[in-house]
Ligand binder design. Sequence first.
Ligand code: AMP
Ligand code: ZN
Ligand code: FE
Ligand code: FE
Length: 279
Amino acid sequence: MIDLHLHSTCSDGTLTPAELVAMAGRKGLKAISITDHDCVAGVGDAFEAGRDAGVAIVSGLELSVVHRHVSLHLLGYGFDWKNQELAEKLTRLQHSRDKRNREILARLEAYDISISYEELATLSGGGQTGRPHIARLLVEKGVVGSMNQAFTDYLKKDGPAYVRRFAYSAEEAISVIHRAGGVAVLAHPVQLDRSLETLPQLVAELTSAGLDGIETYYPTQKGKIRKKLRQIAREFELLETGGSDYHGDIKPGTAMAGGIRFSVPVELYERLQERLTVK
Ligand code: AMP
Ligand code: ZN
Ligand code: FE
Ligand code: FE
């Protein structure tokens, strides 16, 4: 069993890369990938911890991109995490996030909610910082009762403290991942289209842009949904990947793959490795 979709303290997860690797080791997972949002700073630590724990590591990241005004998440796997161009692209994202975070805090200030930039930086630990961290501070300060309320009352799209942020196009992101030697995978497709009716068209367009795979195994993609997604993967000759999207215990009810409720077969990792070695 494997888990190719995990978030660490390098983005909005609560466990460090080494802690995630140790947990995977305890669960007996054969391979994992830490796919932090717009950030590869945890990949080096993951490789190091993986060697000690006997868990294979695939370099990973999750990029928020746009395609025809639709926001979607792309997973990158197996790239050179020290690639210069990738690092530059991610730095640009971090700068735009930084500016955006300051604007969100200014908007909250207008509602007499005081969060300093330093508090936010301390909580996030200096890695990728975004709305989930601001939501946590809103909960800690008692402004709202839950993360979810922080989003519905303030941070959601078009909410009173919402600020847009810069994103690369799907096409550009896929090319950058390719040039860094990796493969690009559409994350949790069910979140884009619950009915999956418009998905084949989207997948067709992304495949023309170079998409290599889709995430077919995901906790909310079971039964008929998974079956349909696997069918789409076969139709477009795409790799299949899978993971839990575990962020630590901050999101109640979520867990790393490997239990009875959700697991991902090791064959997906083997196919991915085959593809990466021929690249
Ligand atoms: P950002 O990248 O800073 O725009 O933040 C986006 C992240 O916020 C998403 O990846 C989710 O993890 C999180 N998020 C979005 N909506 C909600 C919500 N209603 N409750 C909790 N987390 C959310
Ligand atoms: Zn996240
Ligand atoms: Fe995602
Ligand atoms: Fe994710």
